[in-house]
Design a protein around this ligand. Structure first.
Ligand SMILES: C[S@@+](CC[C@H](N)C(=O)[O-])C[C@H]1O[C@@H](n2cnc3c(N)ncnc32)[C@H](O)[C@@H]1O
Length: 192
C-alpha cells in the first residue's frame, strides 16, 4: 500500500504552500497528517473544532475540507504574518474563525467553551497548559497532537520532553489514547 497516495488535496493547499515559502516557515503539517485530520473531522458533523497553532493554514485547509457545512473551526496563533497567509486563502470560508491571540491566555480565558475536536499544534495546549486544553473536550471529543517522532526543526533539549508529554497524557484519568508512529508521529486522545 502506498499511503502517500492521496490525490484529493484541499483546493487551497498549493496556494498556501506557495504563500508559506517566502516566510521561511518550517513547521507546517505534512500531507499524511492533514489527511488523517480531514477524515477525523468528517466524523464530527455539526462539530466545534479548535486548532491551537494556525501557522499559515495548511492543517486548517485539511480540517475544513473534512468538516460539514454546519461545523466551525476556531484557529488561534500569535504570529500575524503566518496567519495572514491562512486568512488570504481560507478567509472566505464562513466556517473558519481565525483568532490572533496567545494560546495560553486564550485557553485560560475560554474554559467555558467545549469542542468535539482539538488539534493542539503549538506549545500551549500541548507542552504547557495541557490540562486546560483537555478540559475543553466534549465527551467523545478528540485531541490530536503530532511531531512526536524526531523532527529536524526540534531545538536542542526538546527530545526528552516528548516521551514525558506522552506519559503525562496517558496517566490522566478519563481519556483513551493511542500512539501512532506514522507521519511525524501522532497521538490521538479521546475523552470518555
Ligand atoms: C507547528 S506550527 C503550526 C502549523 C500549522 N498547524 C500547520 O499545520 O501548518 C506552530 C504554530 O504555533 C504558533 N505559536 C507558538 N507559540 C504560540 C502561542 N504562545 N500562542 C499561539 N500560537 C503560538 C506559531 O506561531 C506557529 O504558527
Amino acid at each position: 500500500m502506498d499511503d502517500q497516495a492521496n490525490k484529493n488535496y484541499p483546493p487551497a493547499l498549493h496556494a498556501i504552500i506557495e504563500g508559506t515559502q517566502p516566510l521561511g516557515f518550517d513547521m507546517a503539517s505534512e500531507p499524511k497528517t492533514g489527511a488523517l485530520l480531514r477524515v477525523l473531522a468528517a466524523s464530527k458533523p455539526n462539530g466545534t473544532f479548535l486548532e491551537i497553532g494556525t501557522g499559515t493554514g495548511l492543517s486548517a485547509a485539511w480540517i475544513l475540507q473534512g468538516m460539514d457545512d454546519n461545523s466551525i473551526l476556531t484557529s488561534i496563533d500569535n504570529d500575524e504574518d503566518a496567519q495572514r497567509v491562512a486568512l488570504e486563502h481560507l478567509g472566505d470560508d464562513t466556517r473558519f474563525n481565525l483568532i490572533f491571540a496567545d494560546g495560553a491566555e486564550w485557553l485560560q480565558q475560554n474554559q467555558n467553551l467545549r469542542f468535539d475536536f482539538i488539534f493542539a499544534d503549538a506549545w500551549p495546549g500541548k507542552f504547557s497548559h495541557l490540562e486546560l486544553a483537555l478540559m475543553l473536550l466534549k465527551k467523545g471529543g478528540m485531541y490530536i497532537i503530532d511531531d512526536l517522532l524526531p523532527q529536524a526543526n526540534w531545538p536542542e533539549g526538546h527530545a526528552p520532553k516528548v516521551p514525558t508529554l506522552m506519559g503525562q497524557i496517558e496517566s490522566l484519568p478519563g481519556f483513551t489514547t493511542v500512539r501512532m508512529a506514522w507521519a511525524s508521529g501522532l497521538m490521538l486522545v479521546v475523552r470518555h
